[in-house]
Design a protein around this ligand. Structure first.
Ligand code: TXA
Ligand code: MG
Length: 338
């Protein structure tokens, strides 16, 4: 019997012909992995329930974890969500860009997209290649990160091939994602009471400055439909996790790394001065946190494919993007699902 060969996804370079082909595939209900400025997403027509259901299947994602819907321009928003006074302020300041707003949804968005919630998460991405595709389809596109559920998010097309290449057929090339961590998610259903659900590319500080309002942190909110400690469906304690066990400390010591067993990897935020050892890694040579965020998922994936028995990581120090980096590291280190 000949061995059954698994299909492997095609990676399409961004050119007019390929964008047209992929737009047609999306219009016909297919799935396409797309580059965004945060991480690669797995996109489908957000108005097509069957196509969106296929996203959950490809990722192995539970259907109670709602999707983010991507639109090309602010003028497209009214078709899928109810606007309010705060939306324009934030859109003006941060869109296109890594900010997702949770708003009351319109009927055209099928319940599979929002896991039956009456709200929808929306963002206008800034990646020029994805924007071309969004424009060409003329559709809102639902897209979660293009990784198997719970695993480290993809920031290059090679990451998508590696972990979903046998489950999907089409990937649009867009280079390495600039930001490297997912968008900030803000619940803005009540414009007077914005709630941060997930830290990301746009800091809470910046949002507060624009809105001239205090933004609550989701972990201070209790919700009857969510498990204790969970602030949004899908935001599980354990997420973004490499298969290799990862422990997280406030600060790593170079000496511990040098004295440790050879099969333990040590991941510093900033390159330790003057030390060269095969088990020492870093997210930024200079300690630049924007660069550290950009490299985070890539380095975690690399470490995961090495033969390490244990990864020791340290937290980033600071506000803004450091909060997003630490959020991902804490979840990567967590052993509990919720
Ligand atoms: O940067 C990003 O946001 C990337 C790119 C592809 O755009 N997308 C992304 O999607 O990170 P995903 O599926 O990995 O995370 C979406 C999360 C859900 O897990 C859920 O926590 C939250 O967004 N979410 C979606 N719809 C929601 C809603 N209606 N209410 C509250 N939270 C929602
Ligand atoms: Mg994700």
């Amino acid at each position: 019997m000949p061995k059954k060969i698994k299909p492997i996804a095609l990676v399409y370079r961004s050119n007019t012909k390929n964008i047209s082909t992929l737009a047609r595939i999306l219009k016909e209900g297919g799935l396409v992995a797309v580059p965004t400025e945060t991480v690669y997403g797995l996109a489908a027509n957000a108005l097509n329930a069957k196509a969106c259901r296929a996203i959950f299947k490809a990722k192995g994602r539970p259907e109670n974890d709602p999707l983010i819907v991507h639109i090309h321009s602010l003028k497209d928003l009214h078709q899928i969500a109810e606007k309010n006074s705060a939306v324009d302020l934030l859109a003006h300041a941060f869109w296109p860009g890594p900010l997702t707003l949770v708003l009351p949804k319109k009927n055209c968005i099928p319940s599979i997209v929002t896991s039956n919630l009456p709200s929808v998460a929306v963002r206008i991405p800034s990646h020029p290649v994805f924007r071309k595709l969004l424009k060409k389809t003329g559709l809102p596109l639902a897209a979660p990160s293009a990784n198997p559920f719970g695993y480290v998010s993809p920031t290059t097309s090679a990451h998508v091939v590696e972990s979903l290449g046998s489950k999907i057929n089409h990937i649009l090339e867009g280079g390495a994602c600039e930001v490297g961590v997912e968008s900030t998610i803000l619940d803005l259903r009540n414009p007077k009471l914005p709630v941060l659900l997930r830290p990301g590319g746009i800091s809470k500080n910046k949002i507060e400055k624009v809105l001239k309002l205090k933004v609550l942190s989701g972990n201070k909110i209790r919700h009857p439909n969510l498990k204790s400690g969970q602030i949004s469906p899908g935001l599980l304690k354990k997420h973004y996790s490499p298969h290799t066990p990862l422990t997280l400390s406030d600060h790593l010591k170079v000496r511990s790394a040098i004295n440790s067993s050879k099969n333990e990897a040590w991941l510093f935020i900033k390159k330790p001065n003057g030390v060269i050892a095969k088990n020492i890694f870093f997210l930024s040579r200079s300690g630049n946190l924007t660069e550290a965020a950009h490299n985070l998922f890539s380095v975690l994936r690399d470490l995961d494919s090495g033969n390490w028995k244990q990864i020791h990581a340290e937290k980033a120090i600071g506000s803004d993007i450091a909060v997003a980096i630490n959020d991902r590291l804490i979840r990567a280190a967590s052993k509990r699902n919720h």
